[in-house]
Write a new protein. Structure first.
Lengths: 151, 414, 414, 151
């Protein structure tokens, strides 16, 4: 058996985001806030978005947990600022593909730093860590669409 | 590595546990998750297999030979566990799924019948969720209050404050004999005396004690004691509630069904004798047989020998881990006050990351809140890593743990 | 003996059950106590052994490899049973100790929350004690009333009187799919429709159905369905409650403890998602794995083939037994309305004496009230002898039974 | 293995007592009545004694169950009439010995017809059947002594 290597998992970029998370702050002007908690491991993320029309104007989070969950949400927020809701949706779907070992997703530049997380797909028990922030995002997008005035 | 003090033939002992003999991620398995569940020796697996291959039948109601054998083995297992815990008689042993169900049984029968509005149930912040939630449910339904004994910064119960929380209103006290999250060994016999002084009952959660030391319920003087088979080398899905006969006699039944009745009429039923009153439905027969075999196994190895060996390994582990930069151990400083559980954190490496990295080198530890969120909150952490030792672990394995922690430090730069 | 209609390779099938291959009192075992518990094939024993020898760890909270494997096998087993019962999703499968605990779970959560003074719970006089006593306990605690559907002289439910006992006050109806004491197969889908017409919920005790026929909970349209692993070639100590997700979502938890919580605070806790909300403590992991293997086994043999084979054997058994002077069979006359259970008496020979004499010739049948005292009272007997057949029984074994009954007649002079 | 034989169990005398039980009747003038029920198999016996001083003047029973339990209680009542409480005690003890395979008990003539039950000792699951009536007797003796005026 080919053991998954630690190096592919703990890329430097991940540790950077873990140590110095981007957008880790309260966003008092948020239009939507989602709290995600994984009772199995205790990781948690409170994601706050300010949605303006069909764009995400700002994305912040407060969270605590392992390097994977915290780095993933940090990287995610970087990609979110300025994105349309549709783009955010695509990002989430593409990241889920990445976690399921999809080769095309691993080559997709639009994922940005998030590609550093591709090694997680080899560690099945850690995939849910990486997805925690995206679970929050998908819920936030759903709520934003419900609250938005119908076109 | 120090010269192993061989209190028993360790290679021979380890060879009896098939699951220990395997590679994980290219490294020989180092299994240090014993507080979650223990591995099983051939003696237990063979007892279970033999039951199914030769004697399998339902118990108690049959006259034919297989049913006779199954009933005899099931009741012999009860007698075996009675002697394992030094109960006064086999009828004081109630089979349950495990410690959790045993505590729920006491909460759902004795407590619901005897605890009322304004009464108090005393537990501690050290408890496993299984010894917290059942009492919260009782409190919700009866209007009683759950109170807590606090811990000090070494994770020991603050017993000098016991008289503040233990009093006339206290109806029952339920405490862990040994903490699964910290390894703290509580002075449970002494506490039992003080609990009885105020006229309350004492329940002991022995999930972490049964596997490691002889439990003598008569010497402890308690009222209820719970253990789990799977943590003491036995099968999953079986455990025991021990209770004094007088209590069992007066308690309401728990679940209703076959086996636990005497006469069923349309308008109501009467109950079978203790212990059957508490055992509705087909029990985990093979589980009981396996748990008895586990008790045999542990006593054949010898609890004195097990304790001495574990002391050696744990002492060495604490010494070695204390020298790892950035590593913090939770729980009592004194080895006399702790068992084979070592909860720790390492720099800013999250326990899940520690566990993943150790696993990649074949070392199995647990990471998380260990079903003890109040303990985590007490120490202001979300999670710890936990290495927990058992009779088959070695000082070599401690070295493997420490080496793997070096890899963690390499990655997280601690 | 008629030419066996070979729907499957019977000697090969029997060879997979180690317990069948033995002598009892000098005669090859004829195991006809399947309604009490079934024998286990190697496939099930191997699945359990392999779990312990290779993958044993506690589930859900671990990151290390063994814990991953154990969790995966445990959840795969849940998915396997979900497809076995045609549940809409694995989360609708709650692991219990068996049918008895499954019924107690519904009685202790849904019923306690939803049934009140003056409400009615409808069961029948055909029920196993496990489907009577839990409801009596609910009635006692809530002031509700337990009402009964009666049987006719062939042990069939009197459904033309159903509208007399089923009405607006009925909150829940709980009935056996197949009677363990008589073998009666109830028209349970039709009853479910009528129960839903009055707005009550329908629980089905499937302990005797699961082993013999495909259970399709969606097609049945019921709300709760319970089965036991040990009666369908699986291990003891494991069973399943299936319930519709909407019901599970709103139901209170059952036992409190590890696994079933989300957040534990000093003053109260919140619950984990369905199904974990109902599974406090370490579950019977190996039991779940074994029950899934039993489901695999039965489906590989094929339920159509099992049904056809059992029909052949039971038809022959009824024919042969009907010719034994003084023998009376209880239950439906028509083979279409009965399963593989044959309850009988023989002259003035007491069923215990029958069972002892048959056992001395290696034939295992059960004697007693079969946890169905209301059935015994209905027929005015204290006990019956019961031969119950399963996939591995043969028409040769029927002959052995009849021969042994000759010995009973010889002794009791019938 | 030497299988226990059915012939040793179902002696003709047992079947005789089963078919035509002695002393199977209500005893309205009883001084003590004990109801014994075996929930496992459903056998039951209601034993009624009229105790006069330290003697059992009459012994009757009502019961239902298997040949062993009913024959045993029938045989027992025959031995009880006229016996002192001490003799009844001895009878019960000796019968228990018989059930446990005691050789001396098997030769003890004072057991009377009850010796026909010695084969039961080879059938462990049936021993409790044979003892049901004696369980009732021992309870009845205990109660009679408690109620009797102290000497
Ligand atoms: C119809 C029926 N219901 C319920 C039960 C109880 O099942 P278990 O003993 O596995 O809980 C049985 C089996 O004894 C049964 O036959
Ligand atoms: C201290 C303590 N109490 C209770 C439990 C619950 O035991 P089980 O899961 O076997 O029911 C455990 C184990 O998880 C424990 O360590």
């Amino acid at each position: 058996m080919n053991e998954p290597t630690l190096n592919s998992l703990y890329q430097q970029l991940i540790l950077e985001h873990y140590r110095k998370p981007r957008n880790r702050a309260e966003l008092p002007e948020h239009t939507v806030e989602i709290h995600m908690y994984n009772p199995v491991c205790g990781d948690e993320i409170r994601l706050q978005l300010r949605v303006d029309g069909d764009r995400i104007a700002e994305a912040k989070f407060i969270g605590q947990g392992c390097s994977i969950s915290q780095a993933a949400v940090s990287m995610m927020t970087v990609k979110l600022e300025g994105a349309t809701l549709a783009e955010a949706d695509d990002l989430a779907n593409q990241f889920v593909n990445l976690m399921h070992g999809d080769e095309a997703a691993a080559r997709d530049r639009s994922l940005g730093d998030l590609r550093a997380l591709q090694g997680v797909s080899k560690f099945p028990v850690r995939i849910k860590c990486a997805l925690l922030g995206f679970d929050a995002l998908q819920e936030a997008l759903k709520q934003s669409r419900l609250e938005a005035p119908a076109h | 590595m120090p010269a192993e003090i061989e209190v028993f033939d360790l290679p021979f002992l380890r060879a009896q546990f098939p699951a220990l003999d395997q590679e994980i991620n290219g490294h020989p398995l180092v299994y240090l998750d014993n507080a979650a569940t223990a591995q099983k020796p051939w003696k237990v697996l063979d007892a279970v297999a033999q039951f199914y291959e030769r004697d399998n039948a339902n118990v108690h109601r049959g006259i034919h030979e297989l049913s006779r054998r199954a009933t005899e083995e099931f009741e012999d297992a009860r007698a075996r566990i009675a002697s394992f815990m030094n109960a006064s008689e086999p009828a004081e042993i109630i089979w349950t799924r495990g410690t959790t169900e045993a505590i729920n049984l006491v909460a759902g029968t004795w407590a619901l019948d005897n605890v009322g509005e304004g009464d108090e149930i005393l537990i501690s912040t050290m408890e496993h969720h299984s010894n917290i939630v059942p009492w919260q449910l009782v409190a919700e339904r009866t209007g009683a209050k759950v109170r807590y004994i606090e811990m000090d910064d070494q994770g020991r119960l603050l017993l000098d404050q016991l008289s503040d929380v233990l009093g006339e209103r206290t109806k029952i006290v339920s405490l862990a004999h040994i903490s699964n999250a910290l390894g703290t060994v509580n002075p449970i016999a002494e506490i039992t005396r003080r609990v009885h002084d105020v006229g309350a009952l004492m329940m002991i959660d022995g999930a972490q004690a049964g596997p490691h030391r002889p439990v003598d319920v008569q010497e402890l003087g308690c009222d209820f004691y719970a253990i789990s088979g799977h943590k003491m080398c036995g099968p999953t899905g079986i455990g025991v509630l021990w209770a004094r006969r007088e209590l069992l006699e007066e308690m309401s039944p728990y679940q209703g069904g076959g086996e636990m009745i005497r006469i069923v009429e349309r308008d109501g039923s009467t109950w079978a004798e203790v212990p059957h009153k508490f055992e509705a439905g087909t029990p985990n027969i093979a589980g009981a047989v396996g748990m008895a075999a586990a008790a045999d196994f542990l006593e054949e190895v010898g609890f004195d020998e097990i304790a001495e060996h574990e002391r050696t390994v744990v002492r060495y582990a604490v010494e070695q881990l204390s020298q790892v930069p950035g590593l913090r151990i939770y729980g009592p400083d004194s080895l006399d006050e702790r068992s084979g559980v070592i909860s720790f954190t390492l720099g800013d490496a999250h326990p899940h990351d520690i566990s993943t990295i150790l696993d990649s080198e074949g070392v199995a530890v647990r990471a998380g809140h260990h079903c003890a969120q109040l303990v985590m909150r007490h120490f202001g952490v979300a999670a710890t890593a936990r290495a927990s030792f058992y009779l088959y672990n070695t000082t070599d394995e401690v070295d493997r743990l420490v080496e793997a922690l070096d890899t963690v430090r390499g990655i997280f730069g601690a």
